[in-house]
Design a protein. Structure first.
Ligand SMILES: Cc1cc2nc3c(=O)[nH]c(=O)nc-3n(C[C@H](O)[C@H](O)[C@H](O)COP(=O)(O)O)c2cc1C
Length: 400
């Protein structure tokens, strides 16, 4: 894509990353892609806000050169030091010798260690303002959304919030950059939730604090570092992030995530019947076959839903390893206080039940059922499902 003006003399200089298979080495983005948004403000002093990855530096520099001689850049604002925004830093630094980097004190520490860049860095305080000439930039620290050094930059006269990873989402930009131009908002919002659950969710209390800190700031536009620029409805992405952050504390959807894995079909067959019974209790059930569906796509469902049912067999004395990965990731992402159940097949002896119990105690998950069956599920195991579904639905509905 080519640079686009988002306001007078303020440009989006972003790129779609369609090459990276796994964002952060973990999260599949091959199908959705992700945009790496950077912004250039031309004024008496010229400022660049966030950069791009090392993979993209050549194309990124080419984009910038359409707008400015890089030697004329005065400030480079580093809202966040993750390498998807800073990989191009050394190359840019070489081509923009007159630029001073701006960031928090923590950003200075990180930049010194990641890029050996110790000179040319000016620490900006929380709330500090810098005049570019006709425009003023104001900086606000939002630590741990999602690294400790993170801040946002606010263009005061234009009321544009350059929010970096906050309020961002996966999904490459579909030839347009604004929310009001996007042909498929439900898709972009779904990808924003996946991004939230994968990247931000574990830091939800900090996200809430950031949203509260920004509550009285008049915002006409939110320009994040990934995904669409929110021009028509900046309040929309703010309220979505607020809702998603609130799921950490309760008020989750009265709905169910059912994740199952199976080697030979016994557990899968049982999971299908459980799914049907729970759905017949009037709860919406989102089902994931963990053998093939990446955890990245399961986490958003687990994050928003109160009910989580896990079905997996025993493997080498333990829970099926892919299920252990699902549970471990849920733990890392601080998915706590859920209503849950486990079902799984085994053949000669198993610690799976016990492991599930221990896990639930740690995560403060309320266990409604924890049941194993020998080989193929049979009538006694099937007969308990209707009563389980009733108790489970009730517990989900009554959860705070
Ligand atoms: C590699 C392998 C390791 C297994 N390890 C155990 C085990 O340690 N304990 C056990 O009770 N069953 C074990 N089983 C048996 C499975 O748990 C059993 O076949 C179960 O019915 C599989 O469920 P599924 O059809 O849903 O895959 C193992 C099976 C395989 C293939």
């Amino acid at each position: 894509m080519q640079p686009r003006a988002i306001a007078e003399n303020i440009y989006w200089v972003g790129l779609n990353d369609r090459q990276t298979e796994l964002f952060e080495g973990l999260w599949p983005i091959k199908q959705s892609g992700v945009s790496l948004n950077s912004y250039l403000i031309l004024d008496k002093k010229n400022a660049l806000i966030d950069l791009s990855s090392d993979l993209m530096s050549e194309r990124y520099i080419h984009m910038l050169e359409q707008l400015i001689d890089l030697a004329k850049i005065d400030y480079i604002v580093l809202n966040h030091l993750e390498p998807d925004h800073t990989g191009a830093l050394l190359e840019i630094n070489r081509m923009a010798p007159n630029a001073i980097f701006l960031g928090t004190a923590k950003a200075r520490e990180i930049v010194a260690n990641f890029y050996d860049l110790k000179e040319k860095f000016r620490i900006v305080a929380d709330g500090e303002e810098i005049s570019l000439g006709s425009r003023t930039l104001k900086f606000a620290a939002i630590p741990f959304v999602h690294w400790p050094e993170t801040m946002v930059t606010y263009a005061m006269e234009d009321q544009i919030l350059f929010s970096c990873d906050a309020f961002g989402g996966y999904g490459s930009l579909p030839g347009v950059i604004f929310d009001d131009q996007c042909p498929d908002m439900p898709y972009m919002e779904k990808e924003a939730l996946r991004y939230y659950a994968n990247i931000v969710a574990a830091h939800s209390s900090h996200t809430k604090k950031a949203i509260e800190k920004l509550a009285n700031v008049p915002i006409k536009m939110i320009a994040p570092s990934h995904g669409l620029i929110w021009r028509k409805e900046p309040g929309r992405i703010l309220s979505l992030y607020n809702k998603w952050a609130d799921y950490a504390n309760g008020n989750r959807e009265k709905a169910v995530t059912l994740a199952f894995g199976s080697m030979y079909g016994n557990t899968r067959q049982y999971a299908e019947v459980v799914m049907q019974a729970v759905a017949e209790q009037g709860l919406s059930v989102e089902v994931f076959d963990i053998n093939t569906v990446h955890i990245s796509y399961i986490l958003p469902s687990m994050w928003k839903n109160q009910g989580i049912i896990l079905c997996a067999p025993t493997y080498e004395g333990s829970l099926f390893p892919i299920m252990s990965n699902v549970m471990n990731m849920a733990k890392i992402k601080k998915i706590t206080n859920r209503t849950t159940a486990y079902f799984g097949s085994y053949a000669w002896g198993s610690m799976a039940k016990k492991q599930f119990e221990t896990y639930c105690a740690e995560q403060n998950w309320t266990v409604i059922e924890n049941l194993q069956f020998f080989g193929k599920p049979k009538e006694p195991e099937f007969s308990v499902i209707p009563d389980f579904a009733k108790r489970f639905a009730e517990a989900v509905r009554n959860a705070a």
